[in-house]
Design a protein around this ligand. Structure first.
Ligand code: PMP
Ligand code: GLN
Length: 379
């Protein structure tokens, strides 16, 4: 069979999770919480299953969930997304991203991607015949150089993909960044795809600046979100895409033939749970504490800790500890220390060796402490 994605293998998340399992290692690789969702949310799922909400949901999603999202986003950004025509419930943010990219990218179109980049963007661009054009973030992840971004725009540039808070670096985009993006997208008539799945996991009193909070930017953006991270339910795969009416109409043409609709009782449950802001407003403090516990526990190993401003990932540089390539080290630590991580090179288009590993700290405190102890013994 002629491969459509010749450069793509099994994702690094699957590979490292498998390796962790084979070696009974603590899995700080693939990003998912070790803990369960709120019992209240689970009970709501039971309630709606018992009520018989078990047949196909509407193609665009359960209306109550679309309304709850609309109100929540309006409260945070003052931008109104109409539940009927501008909000679509998707099978996780993964589907939202794939469909948004498919909606705007035609063969030969260039799409600007910041790397390190979450791994689903590039294959989705390539499946649509598009060409990813990379902007490599400063290795310290301290700022985005907008002059470089500008220099990558050509007359073939069709879209730009952003992600804040950022996986894998934990970088949070500032209002200045979003304004620069707005200016650039407006000047060059670009679509924007904004991945905001970690919107509620943000530290040190920083604020999430959504693409929806700048009206002119919102008017050219597909905003992709997910409940997986927010409610500790990555396995439910319920996400959404917010976009202006004409964008959403085209988006739904693809969504309806990709999945048609998304799991029904879970949408009802999330709709009800989402109505109470305290269900997501405490998440940042919860994860900031985990970040601090993990960082404190690993501080004597000798890693250089990169700033983690949001998301549930901590990146560490080991350049003063080892010459090893990051994949080699991540595999060795899984086998010898019993702690799995993700090599940062997995998030780059070209081979790199910044000698950085990504650890997920969405784990119980004792797991984080045990992982640090195990790492300490081996490194
Ligand atoms: N974008 C980013 C940056 C992510 O980290 C993830 C989750 N790993 C996704 C998208 C996909 O989200 P979902 O699990 O809802 O499909
Ligand atoms: N988003 C998760 C991560 O970055 C993994 C999701 C997946 O396995 N596809 O680790």
């Amino acid at each position: 069979i002629q491969s459509k994605l010749p450069k793509v293998g099994t994702t690094i998340f699957t590979r490292m999770s498998r390796l962790a399992e084979d070696h009974k290692a603590i899995n700080l690789a693939q990003g998912f919480p070790e803990f369960d969702c709120s019992p209240e949310l689970q009970k709501l799922v039971d309630k709606y299953i018992d009520q018989g909400k078990n047949q196909y949901a509407p193609m665009a999603g359960v209306m109550g969930l679309r309304e709850a999202i609309s109100q929540k986003v309006f409260a945070a950004t003052k931008t109104e997304y109409h539940p009927e025509s501008e909000i679509t419930i998707t099978s996780g943010a993964t589907e939202a991203l794939y469909v948004a990219i498919s909606t705007v990218v035609n063969p030969g179109d260039e799409v600007i991607v910041f790397e390190p980049a979450y791994d689903s963007y590039v294959p989705a661009i390539e499946m649509n015949g598009g060409i990813p054009v990379f902007v490599t973030l400063d290795p310290q992840y301290e700022y985005i150089d907008w002059e470089i971004v500008k220099s990558k725009v050509t007359n073939k540039t069709r879209a730009i993909i952003i992600n804040t808070p950022h996986n894998p670096t934990g970088k949070v985009w500032t209002e200045f960044d979003l304004k620069q993006l707005d200016f650039l997208a407006d000047k060059n008539n670009l679509f924007v795809i904004s991945d905001e799945v970690y919107e509620h996991i943000i530290f040190d009193d920083l604020k999430h600046v959504s693409a929806a909070s700048i009206p002119s930017l919102a008017s050219r953006t597909f905003l992709c979100g997910s409940f997986g991270k927010t409610f500790h339910v990555t396995g439910w795969k319920v996400g959404y895409c917010l976009a202006p009416k004409e964008f959403t109409a085209e988006f739904r043409k693809i969504h309806q033939f990709m999945v048609f609709s998304v799991i029904t009782p879970f949408q009802f449950a999330i709709a009800e749970f989402l109505r109470q802001p305290e269900h997501y407003q405490t998440l940042s403090a919860f994860y900031e504490r985990k970040r601090n516990i993990f960082n404190e526990a690993i501080k004597d190993i000798g890693f250089i800790l990169k700033p983690s401003e949001g998301s549930f990932f901590q990146n560490v540089s080991y350049k003063n500890l080892s010459e090893e390539n990051d994949l080699v080290l991540a595999e060795r630590l899984t086998k010898e220390a019993g702690v799995a991580s993700i090599p940062l090179s997995a998030f780059y288009g070209e081979e790199t060796n910044f000698r950085v590993l990504r650890f997920c700290f969405a784990k119980n405190d004792d797991t984080l402490l045990r992982a640090a102890e195990l790492l300490n013994k081996v490194i």
